[in-house]
Write a protein that binds this ligand. Structure first.
Ligand SMILES: NC(=O)N[C@@H](CC(=O)O)C(=O)O
Length: 430
């Protein structure tokens, strides 16, 4: 099937026709192509998520590679990096290959497995980083996400190891000694609610330490879900020194604050926790000026049992794939902080570069320019359509969206993966 997308507006604001043929953006006659009228629609390169929890293997009651892939395609994504905190943990070549293959079989989005840094996420012994890199899954991003690689010597060794194949360690920056028993952001709200606080310094101290380690080793560090104004300062300092550090921010940290904990509704419980309005403003500014390179969802599905309970017993995490782009439009574009080219950079080009997905690899190329000869990975968005989030209306098995009832701008009309429609007329194809 080939498509002629007529009159779509590119990220730079110019309007063009795009011919999708044989998996690539083609030139020449559009004979036989299905015509899509894209007047008034925005086209973006297929979005790339650096941080997705797909829960398979192990917690298929919360999400599967298939349901998570569908949610991703509906959110405008063509590639997602699947986190390693599955059961079993993705710490060996066999497991990452299985995840990669299952993603290919579903075929809605390229599922790029993230490998664990340490065996069983235990923080002590390095996982088979080289074997995962050499496997069919061609792993380049390694993370113990959900856990911090807390031992500085282990972190140093991991950074040294991945240099050989231009891998990157994606750190969940949280000093576990400083967050023991933590339930929410440490501050005025936690004092008022009587909940144990998760102090900003637990994140900031690890980012500073890891930036210094990355500089010492000459390796690449990526910081997951940056959540505080102080972290932004540390990142600014590290980048100004030429340290090879990149960072991501989640949509929920760009919009929501710790005042929501006063509801005691565990849908707002997440790690790192929601912070203050000052933090939110600093994160938006950092994403605008490039101190934070990318938006990543940290899509974290949880069952009702794990979420609809007392705050203290609930698992941290929230859904994100289907709402990420609308939240970025609300917080960054409507506020004038980013234009559409900026959205393309922060949600497609930069994450693809960080994850090593821009070249031809096992999963093809993502985050490439929308130019002739490039893989036809793209999304069409209706910027003028708004929609109201309902948990039942989402494709995820789980229901833990913090945005229920919220009306958001921007509807994904169609998503294409190598020229094949994975979403058409706002509906997933399979
Ligand atoms: N981000 C979250 O709140 N949850 C993550 C893991 C974690 O970081 O705790 C999950 O896997 O559910």
């Amino acid at each position: 099937m080939s498509y002629l997308i007529r009159g779509a507006t590119l990220p730079d604001g110019t309007t063009t026709d795009l011919l999708l043929r044989d998996g690539v953006l083609a030139e020449g006659p559009a004979d036989g192509a299905e015509v899509i009228d894209a007047e008034g629609l925005r086209v973006l390169p297929g979005l790339v998520d650096l941080h997705t929890h797909l829960r398979q293997p192990g917690r298929e009651d919360a999400e599967t590679i298939e349901t998570g892939s569908r949610a991703a395609a509906l959110g405008g994504y063509t590639a997602v990096c699947a986190m390693a905190n599955t059961d079993p943990v993705a710490d060996a070549a066999g497991i990452v290959e299985q995840v990669w293959r299952l993603g290919r079989e579903v075929g809605l989005v390229d599922v790029q497995p993230v490998g664990a840094v340490t065996l069983g996420l235990g923080g002590e012994r390095l996982a088979e980083l080289g074997a995962m890199a050499d496997s069919a899954a061609r792993v380049r991003v390694f993370s113990d996400d959900g856990h911090c690689v807390h031992d500085a010597a282990v972190m140093r060794r991991a950074l040294e190891y991945v240099k050989a194949f231009d891998g990157v360690i994606a750190q969940h920056a949280e000093d576990p000694k400083l967050t023991a028993g933590a339930q929410m952001n440490e501050g005025e709200q936690s004092a008022r609610l009587g909940l144990t606080g998760w102090p900003a310094v637990a994140e900031e101290a690890i980012i500073a330490r890891d930036a210094l380690l990355a500089a010492h080793v000459g390796s690449r560090l990526h910081v997951c879900h940056v959540s505080t104004a102080g972290s932004v300062e540390v990142l600014r300092w590290a980048k100004s020194r030429g340290i090879r550090v990149t960072a991501e921010v989640t949509p929920h940290h760009l919009l929501l604050t710790d005042e929501l904990a006063a509801t005691y509704d565990p849908v707002y419980k997440v790690n790192p926790p929601l912070r203050t309005a000052e933090d939110v403003n600093a994160l938006r500014e950092a994403l605008a000026d490039g101190t934070i390179d990318a938006v990543a969802t940290d899509h974290a599905p949880h069952t009702r049992e794990d979420k609809e309970c007392e705050w203290a017993a609930a698992r941290p995490g929230m859904l994100g794939l289907e709402t990420a782009l609308p939240i970025v439009l609300r917080t960054m574009v409507e506020t004038g902080l980013l234009d559409w080219a900026g959205v393309a950079e922060r949600m497609s080009h930069a994450p693809a570069r960080i994850a090593g997905l821009t070249g031809d690899g096992a999963t093809g190329a993502h985050g490439r320019p929308l130019a002739a000869g490039e893989p036809a990975n793209l999304v069409l968005v209706d910027p003028s359509a708004s929609w109201t989030v309902t948990p039942e209306g989402l494709a995820s098995i789980s229901r833990n969206t913090p945005y229920a009832g919220l009306t958001l701008p921007g509807r994904v009309v169609a998503t294409f993966l190598r020229g094949r429609a994975t979403v058409l007329d706002g509906k997933a194809q399979a």
